[in-house]
Design a protein around this ligand. Sequence first.
Ligand code: NDP
Ligand code: RET
Length: 319
Amino acid sequence: MLMLVVIASGLGVVALILRLFSPQIRKYAAGGVCRSTARLDGKVALITGANSGIGKETALDLASRGARVILACRDVEKGEEAATEIRTRVGGAKVEVRELDLADTCSIRAFAQRFLREVDHLHILVNNAGIMMCPYMKTVDGFEMHIGVSHLGHFLLTYLLIGLLKRSAPSRIVVVSSLAHNFGWIRFHDLHSHGSYNSGLAYCQSKLANVLFTRELARRLHGSNVTVNSVHPGTVRSELMRHSTAMSLLFAVFPMFLKTPKEGAQTSVYCAVAEELQSISGKHFSDCAPAFVAPQGRNEETARTLWDVSCELLGIEWD
Ligand SMILES: NC(=O)C1=CN([C@@H]2O[C@H](COP(=O)(O)OP(=O)(O)OC[C@H]3O[C@@H](n4cnc5c(N)ncnc54)[C@H](OP(=O)(O)O)[C@@H]3O)[C@@H](O)[C@H]2O)C=CC1
Ligand SMILES: CC1=C(/C=C/C(C)=C/C=C/C(C)=C/C=O)C(C)(C)CCC1
């Protein structure tokens, strides 16, 4: 009984301290801000998963700088709602919605075909869409959902659009990864978790794949005036936690530690527009500053092997 009283009082004290210091914690949690005032008039930006969270706020920011922004969403209705909100918040915003399901290579190919037919330039590609800790699921093509959407889907999309990005240069690719890449490793022997599945590890693997893809692509794009950098957006209140009750609870109990989606979008925007990053490629950023990359994210051999395996799985040749 006494133990329970001690624990309850302890928790009460912690809650009180958190409440007292909430404004300070919020200020710290908000993180870095993109200070660039760069305009994007005449530029075209494409953002995947732009109907919610970080993607929507990234779209809003780029639209407010004058860019024509294409929201690539798997649910067009949700995309249109986001576009309407952006038009309301940014007068004269040039936003369009197009259907793209990264869990289906036919959808990715159809999206790219139409995009290449109808859009002349592409200056900014933000590979933002992602899914976290879902129950075991496969994409239409039989890939495990995390690696299928976050890595393989974006790999194919980038492959199909790379010619346009090169013709539109200077252009930039931003890959939204995560601090979670630190806890991942690429399971080449069982990339799709047929043997055993852990949703957290599957997420970490997909985010590590984002970092490795960024570095290998940067190496291959050297001299093309197309740059690619990866990003950790911070811990952000969004719909990403929808599959994890534990995470949702943790986030509900400690809201002051979380970034808003707008704060979470700052590093993506920074990598997309900052003048000082014009020729920076293959790097990882967090809070609008260079960030630590785990050793497994710096391994060139792993990056090359992942590249080859990805090409094979997608049935493409990309030299
Ligand atoms: N929130 C956080 O704390 C962190 C987020 N990140 C990364 O940030 C990125 C954005 O996440 P966030 O904004 O937080 O989460 P949200 O869940 O709010 O946004 C994810 C977006 O990805 C879309 N998406 C999911 N699956 C597919 C698919 N098959 N095809 C097309 N789009 C798809 C979702 O569409 P729909 O709405 O239809 O499901 C949604 O628009 C992710 O890559 C995530 O891993 C990284 C670190 C921390
Ligand atoms: C422990 C702990 C927290 C949990 C942080 C977590 C669990 C972050 C997860 C980040 C993710 C999922 C990144 C996505 O890529 C809070 C809520 C900050 C509050 C303070 C204590």
